[in-house]
Design a protein around this ligand. Sequence first.
Ligand SMILES: Cc1cc2nc3c(=O)[nH]c(=O)nc-3n(C[C@H](O)[C@H](O)[C@H](O)COP(=O)(O)O)c2cc1C
Length: 333
Amino acid sequence: MSWKIGNLEISGRAVLAPMAGAGDRAFRETCARFGAAYTVSEMVSSKALQFGDRKTRELMELGKNARPTGIQIFGSEPAVMAEAAKKAMEFSPDFIDINMGCPAPKITSPGAGSALMKNPPLCGEIVAAVVDAVPVPVTVKMRAGWDAQNINAPEVAEICEQAGVAAIAVHARTRAQQYTPPADWGIIKKVRQAVKIPVIGNGDVTGAQSAALMLEQTGCDAVMVGRGALGNPWVFRQINDYLTESCRIVPPPGIYERMLVMVQHIDLMCRYKGETRAMNEARKHVAWYLKGIRGAAEFRKRAGSLCTRSDLDMLVRDIIAAQQGTELDGCLI
Ligand SMILES: Cc1cc2nc3c(=O)[nH]c(=O)nc-3n(C[C@H](O)[C@H](O)[C@H](O)COP(=O)(O)O)c2cc1C
């Protein structure tokens, strides 16, 4: 089950997608604990990196518990991206990832993120500059293309490979599609056929079976899980068990394990960000962890006003009490 990104050994075939606003250090460490083969930081602005403000630096704090891990940078100027990558090395990432997929107008208007897909030669220049600047492997995360008329991921992937990139993750949607329509995995297969370096497929992997299907249908080397991991970090354990133990389906955890993992995750957030900010940011994570439980709608409302760590304890106590007699209640750690 091991493979390589450049000289970096990766064990396991399911990785955590970079997610701004959700994939912070605490969540990455939680997913790594459940077997994410690698993790990637939230995207960091190459321009902001020049100034090194506190918030930008915090995005790059990696710790040792989510290794291997990469720092993702975005921007559209080769020299600025190269400088940013050098600065990011202060935080000891195992690799640098270049964002060619973000659809937000704030990022694409100045030509970064998925807008780079409209300019394949520039993609090559950015990759070459970053590869030259750092001693670690460089990866790219791209989309299928800008829109339905401009699906060019295989071409951009080839250019990036020639420029020295060590692996490519492909989110199988165009920029125009944002996040909603079903991902078209056919593009991942085409990228796989176009390059020799590892290809990581991304889009709509939500569990063990979809992971196995993507690997089989596209020939990709690994799958990248984004939204499917939110409130569900054990998805990596489920995928790994399914792939290594001849299609063994591990049931989802019972209520006690779910709540324990959630609390441990939020405790990490408190440790890294301080209680006030962490509890504010934890509200959305708690809502994700509640998916499918009895009384979820009501508990989600309460999650929306969590302020302190002890509010969380009270919420968890009530959630557990409300599950008595449900399937989840019977399913212990
Ligand atoms: C909340 C959120 C934040 C995201 N932030 C980033 C980001 O910082 N960098 C990036 O390359 N992709 C980002 N993405 C895209 C994901 O990495 C992934 O490509 C996308 O969600 C599709 O995968 P999925 O179907 O498994 O969710 C983000 C997605 C979400 C939902």
